[in-house]
Design a protein around this ligand. Structure first.
Ligand SMILES: O=P(O)(O)OC[C@H]1O[C@](O)(CO)[C@@H](O)[C@@H]1O
Ligand SMILES: [Mn+2]
Length: 441
């Protein structure tokens, strides 16, 4: 597409992309290796000597990967046959075709950051599937589960708040309902602070109750299109006699506490009749440490259901019911773990694009989704979000994201520069957030 700026890349020494490739990614690989080590006896108990051999193989493949990365070796094609191997290798060829002859091959510290970071997680998966019988092992599962357990207090507060509200939701007037809607949106936004790839896989749970902090956090919302979301859904609700289905799709990000905030929002949307169906999208393979797979999704709902706390377990029972009754639908698609920008979706995954077109509203959670929405490019701060989407408009959509990468569009003139002057790292610490909407107003 003409006129689009260059991709963020570790070529820019000192940039966040550079620091991520240089420091954070090797750290994540080291933790993955360590996790495999620590599960050695479990592999032995389950599979005998073959399990131990597989653990050794996976570790040696991951060590090799870490070495390739740290010495800026060429990005090599995937070898193990899997559903997406050919698409990945074609993408690699495409990256090669973008280079001049003198540039050589795509490399870790040279190619687009989005591509090399996604590639690393795909190679971790390759190392695991090349190591049967431990080929279904999720090296990040432990840390995702830990995040959930460490956030118990916040989860209890959140579930109790939701259950209280559900008792009176029918009696709320328009304004009260809107207020509650805004609260649940903000809870889901700040839930995105808790991802584990920014912290290099180290624990990053929610220990204080977010509900009580919403007011204090509001000044950190840089783009706030919550009003648009309200008008869109409340208009759908008013027109329900003509069009009985109101579908909201949520492209999930992290498991653990963030997923709870998303499910609480989804439950509220049904109870308030702002939506009648919620469709969730997760990752098919372990991704960016904390991203939600179908196993994490089911595991978390089961844990919530089994809680000793009555309001928490009530949530779990309700959520399971939503799934059984088809009010909540979970979708898997390999596109979410490919390196492509979302504007490539109509060509690369037309079936997924067609599915998203059925939504009245799509919520994209998290930073990585924002990077893929905007192509992870060096856009000026004031470029309109619509333009940065480069033609990706399956349905009205909104990014709900805390900022953890050096990319932000749709700001007021001077807003970005002012933030840079007062807080040089405002884009990368997860302190600021956005609700950025694109769709007919
Ligand atoms: O879970 P989220 O919100 O997508 O955040 C993941 C973010 O963390 C990082 O991996 C940090 O390196 C970013 O590259 C990425 O965008
Ligand atoms: Mn994530």
């Amino acid at each position: 597409m003409a006129g689009r700026p260059a991709s963020l890349s570790a070529q820019d020494v000192g940039s966040f992309a550079y620091l991520t490739v240089k420091d954070r990614t090797p750290q994540i690989l080291t933790r993955a290796i360590d996790t495999l080590h620590r599960h050695k006896s479990e592999f032995f108990e389950k599979h005998g000597e073959r399990g131990v051999e597989a653990e050794k193989k996976a570790i040696s493949l991951l060590s090799k990967l870490r070495n390739e990365l740290q010495t800026d070796k060429p990005i090599i094609p995937l070898v193990e046959k899997f559903v997406d191997t050919d698409i990945w290798n074609q993408y690699l060829e495409h990256q090669q075709s973008l280079l001049n002859e003198s540039d050589g091959k795509p490399r870790w510290f040279y190619s687009p950051w989005l591509f090399v970071e996604c590639y690393m997680y795909r190679r971790i998966h390759e190392a695991i599937i090349q190591s049967p019988p431990i080929d279904d092992f999720d090296v990040f599962k432990e840390s995702k589960d830990q995040n959930f357990f460490e956030s118990q207090e916040s989860i209890i507060a959140l579930c109790a708040y939701l259950q209280e509200l559900l008792r009176t939701v029918e009696d709320l007037d328009e304004n009260q309902l809107k207020n509650e809607f805004f609260k649940f949106l903000q809870i889901s936004l700040w839930g995105n602070k808790c991802d584990l790839s920014l912290s290099g896989g180290e624990t990053s749970s929610q220990k204080t109750s977010v509900i009580n902090s919403l007011g204090d956090l509001e000044p950190f919302i840089l783009v706030n299109d919550m009003e648009h979301l309200w008008s869109l859904l409340s208009n759908c609700k008013k027109r329900r006699e003509k069009a009985p289905v109101i579908r909201v799709d949520i492209v999930l990000d992290n498991s653990g506490f963030e997923l709870v905030t998303d499910l609480v929002l989804a439950d509220f949307l049904l109870a308030s009749k702002l939506a009648t169906e919620i469709h969730f999208y997760g990752k098919t393979i372990p991704w960016f440490v904390s991203d939600t797979t179908v196993h994490d999704f089911n595991w978390l709902i089961e844990q919530v259901k089994r809680s000793n706390h009555k309001w928490v377990s009530k949530c779990g029972v309700d959520w399971e019911n939503h799934i059984k009754m088809g009010r909540w639908v979970y979708h898997d698609h390999i596109f979410w773990t490919l390196p492509h920008e979302f504007c490539a979706m109509p060509q690369v995954a037309p079936d997924l694009y067609a599915e998203l077109q059925k939504a009245h509203l799509i919520l994209f959670k998290g930073d990585l989704n924002y990077r893929k929405l905007t192509g992870d490019r060096k856009w000026e701060f004031t470029v309109p979000f619509h333009q940065a989407l480069s033609g990706f408009h399956p349905a009205p959509l909104c990014s709900i994201r805390t900022l953890k990468a050096e990319i932000q569009v749709g700001l007021r003139p001077g807003q970005g520069e002012q933030l840079t002057a007062s807080e040089p790292n405002w884009r990368t610490q997860g302190k600021y957030g956005i609700f950025q909407f694109d769709g007919p107003l």
